[in-house]
Design a protein around this ligand. Structure first.
Ligand SMILES: *[C@@H]1O[C@H](CO)[C@@H](O)[C@H](O)[C@H]1NC(C)=O
Length: 358
């Protein structure tokens, strides 16, 4: 019966028109036409999780708990939607943890980053779960490439074109803080302190200040378990360790000739003060071996201090030059100097301490 066939076609056509009216297809431009068709259809099926509108990442404030968690789940779904897109390009996305709204973990199928070598950071986790990443910002998500390197992907929009920015997570951003690993010998503390005395002297001699020499901006090339609790890791401050100063957002640059601005001079002073304060956390643990170190730090932190980074470095070297091999090999008893006194470990270190020069 041709009439019936016509009626069925008509119903289909109407249904399509209705769907089209309320659920139109939004074209998703990608690198190729077939891929665009695929992603356009997939986006339609998933109810358009990603658009150039920045508003898709807004989760609202935490006071409205119910709404907040609903929105958080929605933004997480965007990353689940994109999982395939990145997988096709060699990046495996981390997966959400069941226990927390914020925590994401490496997926099981990923390459073990232990295989990586220089210039990648040394890996010192026992379990991949220790590398957890806290996604407090909705627009960022970690991933691992086919070689086992971690990256952080950040969503961005520029002239209504969606782009993804990749930041190397195993690179400096993911490096741990120097004080996260325990110093075992006098030599380890001196080597670490020297690196920063030299760095600041170099910067100041080139008319650059850092402005924020805090422990959180002093990192080393080791990937540590996160979050870091009362656990002690030893044997990582070897002679191969690389120490860096990060976050130059507050830096001042003086372009001579001509006198230094007041801001520059104050920033330089602040560098000297904070350098002594930050390094003091460990240097004050070896004051019994090098009593003069305490006086050097105090002179750098005095209100009217005239100590420059170059003289500080010079005096530090002078103080250390008198040390014998025996002094350098001495084990450090205190773990840190904080709250005005020496602090000792609450538990034994997680791994065996390596004594002696390394
Ligand atoms: C730093 O600034 C001073 C004063 O303006 C200038 O004399 C000196 O040449 C500058 N040093 C460098 C390395 O640019």
């Amino acid at each position: 019966m041709p009439g019936r066939g016509l009626a069925v076609s008509f119903v289909w056509l109407s249904l399509t028109a209705i769907v089209w009216r309320y659920r139109p297809l939004h074209w998703v431009p990608t690198h190729s036409f077939t891929s665009s068709i695929y992603w356009t259809l997939r986006s339609w099926l998933w109810n358009y999780p990603i658009t150039p509108d920045f508003g898709i990442w807004v989760v609202g404030d935490t006071t409205d708990r119910q709404r907040f968690f609903k929105e958080k789940a929605r933004t997480r779904l965007i990353w689940t939607f994109l999982e395939l897109y990145f997988a096709q390009r060699g990046y495996n996305l981390y997966v959400s943890s069941e226990e927390s709204t914020y925590v994401v973990l490496p997926a099981r199928r990923m390459i073990d980053p232990r295989e990586l070598s220089y210039p990648y950071a040394q890996y010192c986790c026992n379990d991949e779960r220790e590398l957890e990443f806290i996604c407090s910002a909705a627009r960022v998500w970690p991933a691992r490439d086919a070689d086992g390197r971690d990256v952080v992907i950040k969503y961005g929009v520029f002239h209504s074109i969606i782009f993804m920015l990749f930041i190397l997570k195993g690179g400096i951003d993911g490096w741990s803080h120097c004080v996260q690993c325990d110093f075992v010998t006098v030599a380890e503390i001196i080597r670490y302190a020297r690196a920063y005395f030299e760095t600041v002297a170099f910067l100041h001699e080139n008319n650059i200040t850092h402005g924020d020499i805090l422990l959180q901006n002093m990192c080393m090339d080791v990937l540590m378990p996160q979050p870091f609790l009362e656990r002690y890791y030893t044997g990582y401050h070897t002679s191969e360790r690389r120490y860096v100063l990060i976050d130059f957002e507050g830096a001042e640059i003086h372009t001579g000739p001509g006198p230094y601005s007041l801001e520059f001079q104050n920033s330089r002073k602040r560098d000297i003060y904070l350098l002594a304060d930050s390094l003091g956390v460990n240097l004050r643990c070896i004051e019994h071996v090098i009593p003069r170190i305490g006086r050097l730090l105090d002179s750098m932190m005095a209100e009217d201090s005239e100590v420059t980074a170059t003289t500080a470095l010079f005096r530090f070297e002078e103080i250390c030059s008198g040390l014998t091999m025996e002094d350098l090999n001495l084990a450090v008893a205190a773990h840190q100097f904080s709250h005005g006194k020496l602090q000792y470990r609450q538990n034994p270190p997680v791994n065996q301490p390596v004594l002696g020069l390394n």
